[in-house]
Write a protein that binds this ligand. Structure first.
Ligand code: UFG
Length: 328
């Protein structure tokens, strides 16, 4: 039986496909390549198209014996979601609804869903627990939370069991350097820092140094993309064994400030990496750190690349040899 990975040409999607294939899974990728990259598709079976294309979706589900879906396909930029919320409702929420309709029709009963720490909004306490209040402060987090709720109701009504994985800050690249992070435009901290190290940008703009944190810059919990990928496979294994729906945070449980990340990147790359402090970016919480105790206990998940140095080293390995990402 096969596992359908939607958004399998994207950053976390492609690393997950790689991990699933390493585990011997038969993987099918569906991606419209709006954000993903053809060269990041590692599965032999690839459908280029959109989940909202109901004919295509039906064809995919009819042509293969699909056991489970791992659903990444979505828009995922916090700032952009505030500018164009309706696109986020369309690309994220409506797409998930269409996917679930098709799963229900074809009797597919398992889904692992790519959710986010943005479902929590401004945290009331640190580290963040899965049971903490969820008050998203942007449409991105709002749509992901709505999908989590949709999954809950689909579980009750149709017996579709789900695992929603709330990622903190995904970073790093595959150990062998053949896939990595390539967003256009790039807005994430570590790839931008490394672009400065490569001389592709003059300096890093630090968005605010007046936060209530030790050095005034925002603190985040960086988690290696391959560790995230592994959590998806463990989640599927759990669904295979128990059919019980759950939600898990995925982070390393340790926070690093923007300045600490820059300092570590200077050590790893040997480059100066000039910075410039600019005003805060709207919607950035001061501190986001996960408690991943539940995933550690229930999934048997154990992050392997849990030092900031390892995370930056793998990202640097990718970025040095692919300065233009997937563009040849
Ligand atoms: N930052 C800068 N300068 C930059 C880019 C980022 O100072 O040029 C700072 C941000 O202000 C933030 C930190 O670096 O404090 C990390 O920013 P990222 O853009 O790399 O990541 P975010 O924390 O904003 O967002 C990530 C994911 C989202 C997810 C969110 C959950 O990209 O999809 O974590 O908290 F919703």
């Amino acid at each position: 039986m096969a596992v359908l990975v939607t958004g399998g040409a994207g950053y976390i999607g492609s690393h997950t496909v790689s991990e699933f294939m390493a585990q011997g899974e038969d993987v099918i990728v569906l991606d419209n390549l709006q954000k993903g990259h053809c060269d990041a598709v590692l599965a032999k079976t690839f459908y280029e198209g959109d989940i909202r294309d109901s004919e295509l979706l039906d064809k995919v589900f009819s042509s293969h014996d699909i056991e489970a879906v791992v659903h990444f396909a979505a828009d995922s930029l916090v700032g952009e979601s505030v500018q164009i919320p309706l696109q986020y409702y369309d690309n994220n929420l409506i797409t998930a609804q269409r996917l679930l309709v098709c799963m229900e029709k074809h009797g597919v009963k398992k889904i692992v869903f790519s959710s986010t720490a943005a479902t929590y909004g401004e945290p009331k306490s640190i580290p963040i627990l899965e049971t903490d209040s969820k008050e998203p402060t942007n449409p991105y987090g709002e749509t992901k939370l709505a999908i989590e709720n949709m999954l809950k109701w689909c579980g009750q009504a149709y017996g579709i069991s789900s695992v929603a994985l709330r990622y903190f800050n995904a970073a790093g690249a595959h150990l062998d350097g053949h896939i990595g992070e390539d967003h256009r435009p790039e807005s994430h901290l570590i790839p931008i820092i490394l672009q400065v190290a490569l001389g592709q940008r003059d300096s890093l703009q630090i968005f605010g140094d007046d936060y209530p944190t030790p050095d005034g810059t925002c603190v985040r919990d960086y988690i290696h993309v391959t560790d995230l990928a592994m959590a998806h496979w463990l989640s599927l294994e759990k669904l295979r064994k128990t059919q019980k729906s759950s939600v898990y945070n995925l982070g390393n449980g340790e926070g690093f400030s923007v300045r600490q990340v820059v300092e570590k990147a200077r050590e790893v790359t040997g480059h100066v990496i000039p910075v410039q402090v600019v005003p805060r970016r709207a919607g950035d919480p001061a501190v986001l750190i996960a408690s991943s105790e539940k995933a550690l206990a229930e999934l048997g998940w154990k992050p392997k690349f849990n030092s900031l140095e390892q995370i930056i080293k793998t990202a640097w390995n990718w970025q040095q040899y692919h300065p233009d990402g997937f563009i040849k």
